[in-house]
Structures are given as structure tokens and as C-alpha cells.
Write a protein that binds this ligand. Structure first.
Ligand code: HEC
Length: 181
């Protein structure tokens, strides 16, 4: 093969590979930063299981409460007051939106934030046995610039349910789980 053509072919090939690589890395998402009170982002929470949900009339948001595998096990065992160490509850919040094919339905629109309660009575003894953290928007920006700002409003608002381990939601009613063979 003529060396000129060979070089040209290789150039085309490497440019193609480079483009493919850069466009692939454009999809790779960086891990969101920990919160100012020292809580690491719970990567993979999108795959946790449903615990409950609510619709808030005043600020028009839909919220879904989810639990990590440890929280779901606690629900199966009926051990949710107190929740066991290692359980994590999350709440995902979306603005209300309308389905154009079904106007009477309210569906999740813009994603507002994801917030979490991490149960660890040793690590979080000063904050009710829970670590409190929120990441805002699709970019998942940590909420609160100081440890106080990151958690104080959470604790203040959850104080009325202190006697049910600081958790508002009771798990939503579900038919009994059937174990697969
Ligand atoms: C204005 C009051 C208020 C503030 C502030 C608040 N919460 Fe809540 N939170 C609630 C209420 C009420 C519920 C249950 C009903 C709902 O959200 O729809 C709840 C539910 C939750 C849940 C689901 C478990 C449960 O308790 O039912 C998590 C997780 C949660 N909040 C985390 C946080 C975190 C983390 C913060 C702070 C970054 C925070 N909350 C701040 C009022 C508040």
C-alpha cells in the first residue's frame, strides 16, 4: 500500500477513535461531592426500592421515599422503630407536571432534589442517630455550605416525629412479598 494512503487511513482511524472516546466520556458522570457535614454521596440510589410516596399540595411536588436493601429488610422484619444501623432512607422530589395524553394525571416533572437519612447511632449520636444530607438538582449539588446549614433545618423539621425515630413515613401498604424459589 502506498505509504501516503496508509498514513491517511491511520489518521482517519485514530481521529474516529478519539471522537468516539471523547463522546463516550461526555456521558461519564462525576461523583457528586460529599455534603459539608461529611456525608458521601450514596451512589446507585436510583436502584433502591420504594417505601412510600406523597404529594405536597402547597408546593406542588411529588415525592417518592426509597430505602437501601438494609432499610427494606428492616421493613420486612417489622423493625422500623428504631431503624437498624446501616439503613438509609431517601426522598426524591419532583415538581408536578401534566401528562398531555391524560390531563387528570399528575406526573413527575422537573427533578428538584434527593435527600437522605443515614442511620448510624454511633457516628450520628449528636443528630438523632441519623446523618442528614441533600443533593440538589440533576447536577446533585450538595445542599448547605457549612455542616450546620447542611443538617440543622432537617433536624428542626423532623423533631415532631422524634418518637418514631425521626421518620415521618410509614411504609406504604403492599401485598405480602412472595419469596422466589
Ligand atoms: C419543612 C420541613 C422539613 C425539612 C426542612 C426537611 N424535611 Fe424531611 N420530611 C419532612 C416531611 C413532612 C416528610 C414526610 C412527608 C413528605 O415529605 O412528603 C419528610 C420526609 C423525609 C424523608 C423520608 C423519610 C421520612 O421521614 O418520612 C427523608 C429521607 C427526609 N425527609 C430527609 C430530609 C433531609 C436530609 C432534610 C434536610 C436536608 C430534610 N428532610 C428537611 C419535612 C421536612
Amino acid at each position: 500500500m502506498n505509504t501516503q494512503i496508509f498514513k491517511l487511513k491511520n489518521l482517519v482511524k485514530s481521529t474516529f477513535l478519539l471522537t468516539a472516546f471523547t463522546s463516550f466520556s461526555a456521558f461519564a458522570v462525576d461523583m457528586p461531592k460529599p455534603t459539608a457535614n461529611g456525608i458521601d454521596f450514596p451512589a446507585g440510589y436510583q436502584d433502591w426500592s420504594i417505601v412510600s410516596m406523597t404529594h405536597r399540595e402547597d408546593n406542588k411536588t411529588i415525592r417518592s421515599v426509597i430505602g437501601n436493601p438494609m432499610a427494606i429488610q428492616a421493613i420486612k422484619d417489622g423493625k422500623t422503630n428504631p431503624w437498624p444501623n446501616g439503613a438509609i432512607l431517601g426522598k426524591l422530589v419532583w415538581k408536578d407536571a401534566k401528562d398531555k395524553h391524560w390531563p387528570t394525571a399528575t406526573i413527575p416533572g422537573k427533578f428538584v432534589h434527593a435527600e437522605f437519612m443515614f442511620k448510624d447511632t454511633n457516628k450520628w449520636a449528636q443528630t438523632g442517630g441519623w446523618g442528614w444530607a441533600r443533593w440538589v438538582g440533576l447536577e446533585q449539588v450538595p445542599f448547605g455550605n457549612t455542616a450546620k446549614a447542611a443538617q440543622d433545618s432537617c433536624i428542626a423539621c423532623h423533631t415532631p416525629v422524634k418518637n418514631q425515630d425521626w421518620v415521618f413515613h410509614k411504609p406504604a401498604m403492599l401485598p405480602p412479598r412472595i419469596e422466589k424459589n
